[in-house]
Structures are given as structure tokens and as C-alpha cells.
Design a protein around this ligand. Structure first.
Ligand SMILES: Nc1ncnc2c1ncn2[C@@H]1O[C@H](COP(=O)(O)OP(=O)(O)OP(=O)(O)O)[C@@H](O)[C@H]1O
Ligand SMILES: [Mg+2]
Length: 330
């Protein structure tokens, strides 16, 4: 596999070979388009146009010692290919310019230098209700537009699912996972220990982990949180479906709700978002709440930490509500 770098000459030759530059077009500059951990992502500027390239490698870009499925960008490209037929989804996602399968590189439309929605984690920021509804409309439309029985080869993305499964359902509950929670926030370690010692809780989590790994009928984005939502001059755009698969919509909505809670958004707004979803698509509220709990625990006690500003008391409260929810029957 050719490993791309920021070397302009090398990059220019590569892009020309792929036909992603016009014959006499040159690279004027390159830049990192935004925060990202998993992949090698660059904005290419030729002076006449800009576009984005994304390469997935057999490791996590930010943590090279952590292995990751090398061809994950090809799964992402398959998602973009599938949703092309649905105008609302297509309009809200970048257009794919090209795909180099041999080297796991995708070239796509530049959506501009707008920001993602991770600013919501900062104190005092509340999402505009109409923007949240647009974000929910996208995902509800996605969930009701595809059926695994009617597509030629339903996306399984097993390797990415296995990676996610480890980080969501296993790692946060290991007593010696190497993560020092007190370094994230003093006092968090003690709370974490009470979770890793809770055998009944862990058996509930294990069952939900199996549900996550099971194939479902519904096409999911797979990583539907504020980092995948962009605010651009042309409205809200959705990116980064590298964890996509056919599964259960409750997992996806559960994750979304969890992030709104961790970003301390008003409960009324969250309730309205759920109601809005259910005017468009079906959802099992209990199962959704359980996946919300799972996502809260993994983000507060696991490796994939967020730039949160909620204090220890609030984190403890969210964690204990999540524990109770998971222990509750059904
Ligand atoms: N098509 C695009 N247009 C404009 N900006 C983009 C585009 N694709 C990605 N970006 C920017 O680059 C950042 C990283 O992209 P992306 O999230 O796809 O990478 P990633 O490596 O999968 O990130 P993560 O580790 O968060 O999963 C995005 O947050 C966004 O700011
Ligand atoms: Mg990603």
C-alpha cells in the first residue's frame, strides 16, 4: 500500500495518476481539514478548486500503535454509493470524486471550512431546534430508506463493528484496562471501579453487545454524534460513515441521545428530537434508552473521551442513571 504524505511533489504525482487533478493543475497548498483521529485526511487546494482526500491505514492515525481495519474507507465509500439514490441523503453528504481501492484512498467534495457540532460539549452552547430536527430527519430518512433484504450485498463492515464492540462493550468494564480515569477528572476512577466490579451490569452489557454485533435490516451511519455533523454555508452536512452497517436503529438513536445528554442539552429539546424521529420512523424506546446508557458509560469511562465540560457530579449522575436503566427489566 502506498502511504500518502504531505509531500507536495509526491502527492501531486499520485493525484495525477488517479486522474483527480486536471493535466496541468498543480497543488497550491494542503491542509488538515479538521479534527480527526482515525484516518489520514487532507484538503487539497489547487488554486482553482479544493477537495478532500481520506486514506485509511491498518492503524489509527492518532495512535499508530492501535491496529484498525485497513480497508475501512472502502466501506465508507460503499455507504455513499448506496445512499446516492435517496435525494435528501445525497444532498446532505459530500459527493465522491474517486476511489483508489488498492491504496484505500477516497477523494470527495470539499464541504467548506465550517465547523462540526462538537462545540456543543462546551458550556452554555445549545443546538438550535431546527438544526437538530434536520440532523434527526437525515437519520430517520436513512433508517427507513434501505432494507437489507432489498440491497444486493448488505454492508456488514464486520471488522469495524468488532473494533467498536471492543471499545463500547468490553474496554470500559475491564478493571485493568490501562486508562487512568483520575487523570481525566479526579474522582472518576472510583466511579469507574464500581462499574467494572458490577457483574450483573456486565451481563446486561454483554447481551446488548451481542445485539450490536447481530445483523439487522436497517442501514445505520454507525457513528452518529456531533463530530459527524457539519455546519456549513449550505446547511447541515453529514460525514464519516466508516462504522456503517445493517443493524438496529435503536443503537444509532441511542448514541445520538447520549451525546445530547453529555453535551448538557435541555431535556425538552432531547424529548422533541425523539418525538420528531418517531413521526418519521419506528423506534423501540426502551432499547434506545439502553443504548443511550451504553454510550454514556463508554464515553465517560472508556478510551474515546470527548472534550466534555460537565463536572464530576453531573458525570456521576449520568452514569448512575445509565446503570439503573441497564439493570431495569426488560
Ligand atoms: N468532505 C469534507 N469537507 C469538508 N471537511 C471535511 C470533509 N471530510 C472531512 N472533513 C473535515 O475533516 C475532519 C476529519 O474527517 P473525518 O471525520 O471523516 O475523519 P476521521 O479520521 O474518520 O475522524 P474520526 O477519527 O473523528 O472518526 C472532519 O471533522 C471535518 O472537519
Ligand atoms: Mg471517523
Amino acid at each position: 500500500m502506498k502511504k500518502l504524505s504531505k509531500d507536495l511533489v509526491d502527492l501531486q504525482n499520485y493525484l495525477r495518476q488517479q486522474g483527480w487533478l486536471k493535466p496541468h493543475e498543480q497543488i497550491a497548498s494542503v491542509a488538515v481539514p479538521g479534527e480527526g483521529n482515525m484516518n489520514f485526511t487532507l484538503r487539497i487546494d489547487t488554486g482553482q478548486e479544493t477537495f478532500i482526500i481520506k486514506q485509511s491505514r491498518d492503524y489509527v492515525e492518532k495512535y499508530p500503535q492501535v491496529a484498525a481495519p485497513q480497508e475501512r474507507v472502502l466501506r465508507e465509500a460503499e455507504f455513499y454509493e448506496l445512499i446516492k439514490t435517496e435525494p435528501l441523503l445525497n444532498r446532505m453528504m459530500p459527493t465522491i470524486i474517486g476511489l483508489d481501492k488498492a491504496n484505500s484512498v477516497m477523494a470527495m467534495e470539499d464541504l467548506g471550512t465550517g465547523s462540526d457540532y462538537t462545540y456543543l460539549y462546551k458550556k452554555g452552547n445549545t443546538i438550535d431546534e431546527q438544526e437538530l430536527f434536520d440532523i434527526i430527519t437525515f437519520v430517520a430518512t436513512l433508517h427507513r430508506s434501505f432494507d437489507s433484504n432489498s440491497v444486493a450485498s448488505p454492508l456488514q463492515n464486520r471488522k469495524m463493528r468488532a473494533l467498536n464492540h471492543e471499545h463500547i462493550f468490553l474496554y470500559p468494564y475491564l478493571s485493568n484496562n490501562g486508562l487512568d480515569l483520575d487523570q481525566i477528572l479526579p474522582g472518576l476512577k472510583k466511579i469507574g471501579t464500581s462499574f467494572s466490579k458490577d457483574a450483573v451490569l456486565k451481563s446486561k452489557v454483554e447481551q446488548l453487545g451481542k445485539d450490536y454485533l447481530a445483523d439487522g435490516n436497517t442501514l445505520l451511519h454507525g457513528d452518529y454524534f456531533p463530530g459527524s455533523w457539519l455546519k456549513t454555508a449550505n446547511g447541515i452536512k453529514i460525514i464519516d460513515p466508516e462504522f456503517c452497517f445493517f443493524g438496529f436503529p435503536e443503537f444509532e438513536m441511542g448514541v445520538t441521545i447520549a451525546h445530547l445528554k453529555m453535551a448538557d442539552q435541555p431535556q425538552k429539546l432531547i424529548d422533541n428530537a425523539l418525538v420528531h424521529y418517531q413521526t418519521l420512523a419506528k423506534l423501540d424506546n426502551d432499547l434506545c434508552a439502553k443504548f443511550t446508557a451504553i454510550e454514556i458509560i463508554r464515553r465517560l469511562l472508556g478510551l474515546a473521551q470527548l472534550p466534555l465540560e460537565i463536572n464530576l457530579t453531573k458525570r456521576r449522575e449520568l452514569l448512575e442513571i445509565s446503570r439503573e436503566c441497564l439493570l431495569r427489566n426488560p
